[in-house]
Design a protein around this ligand. Structure first.
Ligand code: ADP
Length: 583
């Protein structure tokens, strides 16, 4: 009889060990913490056949125990509030001593004689096992039985200890996995955010926009209430006549939108940020609103020098944790680069503006004296001021030729200036391109004839009218055909053809002249570029024509392109839009 009992007990024990083995294998594959806690809880109840059970974990931040699983015997989840019914002193003892506790009759156990829950809830059988992993206790598994004593024996405790060890390892792994996973996804999220920030910041060369963008990101991602970005400005005299740098607040959000525009850098926080280049986080009375705020000031540094700062504030006491500070710091680094680019661009734009203003004055001032020179020279050459010998006539003609060249240059420069400043007024209308091309052909006939070049003009049938500025189209065609004439040797061939190309009328100017090398082709539309060759340099020119042609064609909604081969010739094609209603 006795041996039979023993046999049965060991069989039961074996079956329970097998169950532990089976559950433990499943535990290892679950990384979802809620699922894992539920499984640990269910398995604890099943293995011990307890009436109730709780799984608790130590919260490292609060130092308290969090109930992560709670069950009745029928596996119903019971409220975590019921945890007040468990003997916290038993759990605490198990956790502090790191030893399992078993009591088969708690009511009579002197260890728990005064424990309220044991007495109050008539707890009789209790087991509590610490969850231990990597030498630390991370929590406890607790089961109890209210009405029956002697339900749990040493075997049950051994089983629960074995299971608790497995469960603790699985919980620890899952928590680590989640931490790493969270850290990784935070990192990935941050990288994605920075990718967007970089894209937006690099796209803009406008300083205000750069600052506005950086501030939006800083405020939104740290959930600040207010924010401002300021840049270090010029020195300002303070009452004690010490020169201080000031911060010009250039971008603001929230209440800060109405904040003062300039803050003197001897302001305590700014001083720390500007002088030390450190991040400052403090809690103090807001200068703007009647409340206490947490304020974060992060320097924007460029090559070791603090060029500005990002200021954020929030009413929350725990606002701007470490990650936020790191984030704003990295954002400030990026903003520094974008600010530098925007400032360089601004300086360049300013220089260009000055150059344009200068050119506008010069070209205007040169025009009238040149007209006077031309007028008087022509008068003298015509003999109006007395008879001239042939040598004098020739000299005066050279003067006139040079003044004409200069007038061309002045007019080209004035055009470029107007185009660059957006001051060129186009007078667009619908007209036939063939009329323009015939007119240009007539005006260039003499110079083409002088070089004994063959010239052909082909106009395709049924060409729709173009919608463009006629005078400017004449200028474009004249320029390209003049180039063909200049850069094609004597006896060469020039062909002009107008044809339909989709929504455009295209004009090809073809020559079998010098052609342009591939390297030179890249610089062809740059101002003052001329090919370095004797043949080219024998022709008069300033290297401005093509860049004007390009700007003029594009300003009219057209396109320009070319193909060229050195020693063989070139084709320049400009396209102008056809009149809207002609499709
Ligand atoms: P410019 O004719 O006053 O030099 P452009 O801007 O019209 O100025 O042309 C720039 C340069 O491009 C010319 O100096 C010449 O070297 C080259 N070029 C332009 N058109 C042709 C062409 N049809 N064939 C060969 N080279 C050309």
């Amino acid at each position: 009889m006795r041996s039979e009992t023993i046999h049965t007990r060991s069989q039961t024990q074996q079956a329970r060990l097998a169950a532990i083995y089976e559950v433990s294998a499943r535990l290892g594959s679950i990384f979802d913490l809620t699922k894992l806690f539920n499984l640990v809880m269910d398995a604890t109840i099943e293995l011990t056949q307890a009436e109730r059970g709780f799984v608790m974990l130590l919260n490292e931040q609060t130092g308290k125990l969090d109930v992560v699983g709670a069950r009745n015997f029928d596996k119903r989840t019971i409220s975590a509030q019921n945890s007040t019914e468990i003997s916290t002193s038993i759990v605490e003892r198990a956790i502090t001593t790191a030893e399992p506790i078993l009591t088969s009759n708690a009511q009579e156990d002197h260890r728990f004689a005064d424990v309220q829950s044991v007495v109050g809830y008539q707890l009789r059988s209790i087991m509590c096992v610490p969850l231990r992993v990597r030498g630390r206790v991370i929590g406890a598994a607790y089961v109890d039985n209210r009405f029956m004593s002697g339900v749990f024996g040493q075997d049950d405790l051994d089983l629960l200890v074995t299971f608790a060890n497995q469960a603790a390892v699985s919980i620890d792994n899952a928590r680590l996995f989640n931490q790493t996973d969270q850290a990784l996804s935070r990192r990935v999220e941050e990288l994605t955010v920075f990718q967007q920030i970089d894209r937006q910041l690099n796209r803009s060369l406008d300083l205000d926009r750069v600052l506005g963008l950086a501030l939006d990101w800083a405020v939104n991602l740290t959930q600040a209430e207010n924010g401002a970005i300021g840049l270090v400005g010029d020195s300002a005299e303070t009452p004690d006549s010490t020169p201080h740098k000031s911060i010009n607040m250039l971008a603001r959000k929230g209440d800060q939108a109405d904040a003062e525009h300039t803050i003197q850098s001897n302001h305590p926080i700014l001083d720390q940020v500007l002088r030390g280049g450190d991040v400052a986080r403090s809690r103090h009375e807001s200068a703007l609103a009647d409340k206490t705020v947490t304020q974060l000031a992060v320097p924007i540094r460029n090559q070791g020098e603090t060029i500005g700062l990002i200021l954020l504030d929030s009413p929350l006491e725990n606002a701007f944790p470490r990650e936020d500070i790191d984030f704003v710091g990295r954002l400030a680094d990026r903003a520094a680069v974008a600010i530098k680019n925007a400032r360089l661009y601004e300086a360049l734009r300013h220089a260009k503006q000055q150059q344009n203003d200068f050119l506008a004055v010069v070209t205007h001032e040169l025009r009238s004296p040149m007209t006077t020179i031309m007028g008087y020279t022509d008068l003298v050459r015509s003999g109006a001021a007395g008879a001239l010998n042939p040598q004098q006539v020739e000299l005066l003609e050279t003067v006139m030729g040079n003044v004409k060249q200069m007038r061309l240059l002045v007019s080209d420069l004035a055009d470029i200036n107007r185009l660059e400043m957006g001051h060129l007024q186009l007078k667009c209308s619908a007209f036939e391109i063939k009329n323009v091309l015939r007119q240009v052909k007539r005006s260039l006939r003499e110079r083409i004839h002088d070089k004994a070049q063959r010239f052909s003009l082909t106009i395709d049938a049924d060409l729709p009218p173009v919608f463009a500025d006629m005078e400017r189209t004449i200028q474009v065609a004249t320029n390209l055909i003049t180039n063909a004439n200049k850069y094609t040797p004597e006896g060469g061939m020039i062909g002009v053809r107008a044809r339909r190309d989709g929504q455009f009328v295209a004009v090809d100017v073809v020559d079998n002249g010098f052609g342009i090398s591939e390297t030179d082709q890249e610089k062809l539309f740059s101002q003052f570029f001329r090919v370095e060759s004797k043949q080219v340099r024998e022709e008069k020119g300033w290297g401005l024509g093509l860049s004007i042609v390009k700007m003029l064609v594009e300003a009219q909604g057209g396109e320009i392109s070319f193909r060229s081969e050195l020693g063989k010739g070139s084709v320049f094609t400009f396209k102008l839009p056809i009149e809207d209603n002609q499709t």
